[in-house]
Design a protein around this ligand. Structure first.
Ligand code: AMP
Ligand code: MG
Length: 328
């Protein structure tokens, strides 16, 4: 079975084409374009316009790369939520058009679950606790009693958003995460920042404000270093707590911030110290991508979760635990 998946929840429009062979996921194509605001944060309407413009090109490119004819595609999947309304509607419209044109079934995929499923497909883990860290989302997710449950999450902004907002104040272009990572390597002094873990949850806005204040007093490398150390320790702590609670022995990373080597190192050490295994797919599949939507859509379709057109309305606030997981 071959599935074409469209990702379009925020800054990235992506198309992935995957096939299930001998029960395994093979990615035939995974093509993305990212909208980068000239100044300020993501403007949802502008991001959606970017996606509309790029869609025909990435469709052509992904089909060519995949080596399959468009008629051979069995099912169309798209990111139904959570995300920014205009972006979601653009991806959904593209998916509906393709499904109608090709006379193929359609499935709407939960974006957060897709990060977890592509990790399971491409690494050797089977039942992990996922630390999902991206621009808008920060969640600790694991499978329990038929659903993916959220064991901890941010109470305010996503970790990526925290890094990007700090970067903007420090004069860095979007996305700031990779630049902060580079600068942090040069940092020598740890400057205490408000460490904010509340039970299983975290909060970043206080740390962000404190770090921005530091810009006047401290050097940028030390602030970047301290910001990373503080935020990533908090994330590692709640991930470990979820592992202890669920008694799971695997931890998986997902989301763009998981490209950060220091975060990977912290979570790996935590896992090793408790005798658990650490998994992290390649960067291409950590960031938002079409392949994860295609693969999750394929699993859903196979388990009978095809949608009627009327059911494909986007869900901006779609929660991870609303999905009844029939494929596990
Ligand atoms: P996503 O929303 O999952 O596509 O991820 C985008 C977010 O990942 C942005 O907020 C980026 O700043 C962040 N990001 C990307 N690479 C890194 C990195 N190496 N370190 C920290 N954050 C990163
Ligand atoms: Mg994401």
């Amino acid at each position: 079975m071959i599935c074409l998946g469209i990702e379009g929840t925020a800054h990235t429009i992506g198309i992935g084409i995957v096939v299930k062979e001998n029960g395994k996921c093979r990615v035939l194509a995974n093509v993305s374009r990212m909208y980068k605001p000239e100044k300020g944060g993501i403007h949802p309407r502008e991001a959606a316009n970017h996606h509309v413009k790029q869609f025909p090109y990435i469709l052509k490119e992904s089909i060519e790369k995949s080596g399959v004819a468009i008629e051979e595609i069995d099912v169309i999947a798209f990111s139904i939520g959570p995300g920014l309304g205009p972006c979601l509607r653009t991806a959904a419209t593209a998916a509906r058009s393709l499904a109608l044109l090709l006379k193929k079934p359609i499935v709407g995929v939960n974006h957060c679950i897709a990060h977890l499923e592509i990790g399971r497909a491409l690494t050797k883990c089977s039942d992990p606790v996922l630390l999902y860290v991206s621009g808008g989302n920060t969640q600790v997710i694991a499978f329990m009693a038929g659903r993916y449950r959220v064991f901890g999450e941010t109470l305010d902004i996503g970790i990526g958003n925290c890094l990007d907002k700090f970067g903007r104040e420090a004069g860095m272009p979007f996305p700031a995460g990779p630049i902060i990572e580079k600068k942090a390597k040069e940092g020598k002094k740890y400057i205490p920042l408000p460490y904010s873990v509340k039970g299983m949850d975290v909060a970043f806005s206080g740390i962000l404000t404190a770090a921005i204040h530091m810009l006047k007093k401290e050097n940028i490398e030390d602030i970047c270093y301290s910001l990373q150390e503080t935020c990533f320790s908090m994330l590692t702590e709640i991930t470990e707590r979820a592992m202890a609670h669920t008694e799971k022995e695997e931890v998986l990373l997902g989301g763009g911030v998981a490209c950060n080597k220091r975060l990977q190192e912290m979570v790996r050490i935590m896992a090793e110290e408790r005798g658990a295994k650490f998994f992290c797919p390649p960067n291409e599949f950590l960031v938002d991508n079409g392949a994860m939507i295609a693969w999750t859509g394929l699993l859903m379709y196979e388990s009978g979760m095809e949608m009627m057109m009327e059911e494909t309305k986007v869900r901006q606030n779609f929660r991870t635990d609303e999905v009844e997981v029939k494929w596990r």
